[in-house]
Design a protein around this ligand. Structure first.
Ligand code: KIV
Ligand code: ZN
Length: 513
């Protein structure tokens, strides 16, 4: 009988710490719904003390998620834990995840606390968190660089105070698999009461070993892995959920455990997270990359045609790849549209939202003969923008670009309901259009990233554009999709500018209390 491996998804918390990946409440709810469908055990929905917006988003997730446990991160202070406890209150299954750093460098330089004070703070935090829920997780931040004897002491104290899950993070992505496995094994052997808790691991990917280290921890006895969709996360990211889940699924002989993840929901989850955060998935990414199941060499193609398993260790269908499924066309009606959205797990909040999405679908169907699931996802993503987020709105755009001539853009923008027109020239049509936007908005923001992906195949495909802007230390992403990539680019630019103007700043959880 296989052991159960708990999947703790932190896309909405550590994943959100990727530059520009901050999500709105509605976006978090959409992702949380998908994570629940995916079957993750715990959803870390955010860091409630970071800002009122974060607390509200966690509460909104706690109001809709029924099956998975909803969790908030909290530093080891009463203020943070109170905020976390309040935010997760509506969830039927709730967890508080409290943490404090235990490495000499963090205790001395960041916390400016003595080891004794750190143990006291950890104990007090766990006890206080138990007032809100029995399900309390304790993390020793920077466990990778912590002294082993001290780590054992802190974890023993946390168990006595009432922690049910003990998380061992490689906060800085420093470990390598055999050392990480040894560390976890030693903790499980040495810590008194270790058989009464679930041991967890949380690995960062600075040396590209987050998944390998997490799996080494599983082999050493950890039964919870903290991970994110597409490996999103602070700096180089966290262990990627899809890789961890498929490794234990494909190799039960090695890991002897299994998850309750519905693996067919992996690709839809990956696409949703990529679309919302604006982080594209590299084509050769394991499991969810566009090439993960593409066989290029003739010998491989021949082998797969004869017997799939000659070159495939898992099937594309088992992780949710469908061959671009033709969904709807110009003649499809409102009911067909609604029921396809339902099959995709997309719920629009009101009849007006459905009507608006349907009108956009009809527009798109005029431009594009075949509409695929991916087109619908992009279309609904656009629809999820609330009017208050849309201070800047594209009214119309005309672009002239001709060989030997300087490209020129004429743009009409609605700025808080007032229409403004501008003209600009640029190195190319996108450059001219962005300059025309800047003439009106004068945001003085810096463009960090501009990328275009085609959503489906064919020259009539929608282009999906991501724009990352930075201003005054804040970084935001914006997305736009359209069959005209210059229009998609302007939509993405405006979406990023709207976020820059409206978004609340979020505190970073790895700062001292
Ligand atoms: O990387 C880390 O140490 C964390 C903790 C808060 C678990 O994200
Ligand atoms: Zn982390």
């Amino acid at each position: 009988m296989n052991d159960r491996l708990y999947i703790f998804d932190t896309t909405l918390r550590d994943g959100e710490q990727s530059p520009g990946a901050a999500m709105t409440r509605e976006e978090k709810v959409r992702i949380a719904r998908q994570l629940e469908k995916l079957g993750v055990d715990i959803i870390e929905a955010g860091f409630a003390a970071a800002s009122p917006g974060d607390a509200e988003a966690i509460r909104a997730v706690a109001e809709v998620v029924r099956e998975s446990t909803v969790c908030s991160l909290a530093r080891a202070t009463e203020r943070d834990i109170q905020a976390a406890g309040d935010a997760i209150a509506p969830a039927p299954r709730k967890r508080i995840h409290t943490f404090i750093a235990t490495s000499p460098i963090h205790m001395q330089k960041k916390l400016r606390m003595q080891p004794e004070q750190v143990v006291e703070a950890a104990v007090a935090a766990v006890k206080f968190a138990r007032k809100f829920t029995d399900d309390v997780e304790f993390s020793a931040e920077d466990a990778v660089r912590s002294d082993m004897d001290f780590l054992c002491r802190v974890f023993e104290a946390a168990i006595k105070a009432g922690a049910r899950t003990l998380n061992v993070p490689d906060t800085v992505g420093y470990s390598i698999p055999n050392l990480w496995g040894d560390r976890i094994r030693e903790l499980i052997e040495r810590v008194e009461g270790s058989d009464t808790v679930i041991w967890s691991t949380h690995c960062h990917n600075d040396l590209g070993m987050a998944v390998a280290n997490s799996l080494a921890a599983v082999q050493a006895g950890a039964r919870q892995v903290e991970c994110t969709i597409n490996g999103l996360g602070e700096r180089a990211g966290n262990a990627s959920l899809e890789e961890v889940v498929m490794a234990v699924k494909v190799r039960p002989d090695v890991f002897g455990c299994d998850t309750r993840v519905d693996t067919r929901q992996i690709v839809p989850s990956s696409k949703l997270v990529s679309q919302i955060t604006g982080y594209p998935v590299q084509p050769n990414k394991a499991v969810v990359g566009a090439n993960a199941f593409a066989h290029e060499s003739g010998i491989h193609q021949d082998g797969v045609l004869k017997h799939r398993e000659t070159y495939e260790i898992m099937s594309a269908e088992s992780v949710g790849w469908t061959t671009n499924k033709l969904t709807l066309g110009k003649l499809s009606g409102r009911n067909a549209f609604r029921s396809r959205l339902e099959e995709l797990g997309i719920k629009l909040d009101s009849e007006e939202a459905l009507n608006a999405a349907f009108a956009r679908f009809k527009d798109l169907a005029d431009k594009k003969r075949e509409i695929f699931d991916e087109d619908l996802q992009a279309l609904v993503s656009d629809e999820a923008v609330t009017p208050e987020d849309e201070h800047l709105k594209l009214v119309s755009l005309r672009v002239a670009s001709e060989t030997g001539e300087v490209p020129h853009a004429r743009l009409v923008l609605s700025v808080g309901g007032v229409e403004k027109t501008s003209d600009a020239q640029g190195g190319g049509p996108v450059d001219a259009a962005f300059k025309a936007v800047e003439t009106v908005v004068q945001s003085a923001s810096e463009l960090l990233l501009y990328s275009v992906n085609s959503i489906t195949a064919g020259t009539d495909a929608q282009g999906e554009v991501t724009v990352r802007l930075s201003k005054g230390g804040r970084v935001v992403n914006g997305q736009g999709a359209d069959t005209d990539i210059v229009v998609a680019s302007v939509k993405a630019y405006l979406s990023a500018l709207n976020r820059l103007q409206s978004g609340a700043d979020r505190a970073h959880p790895q700062v001292s209390p």
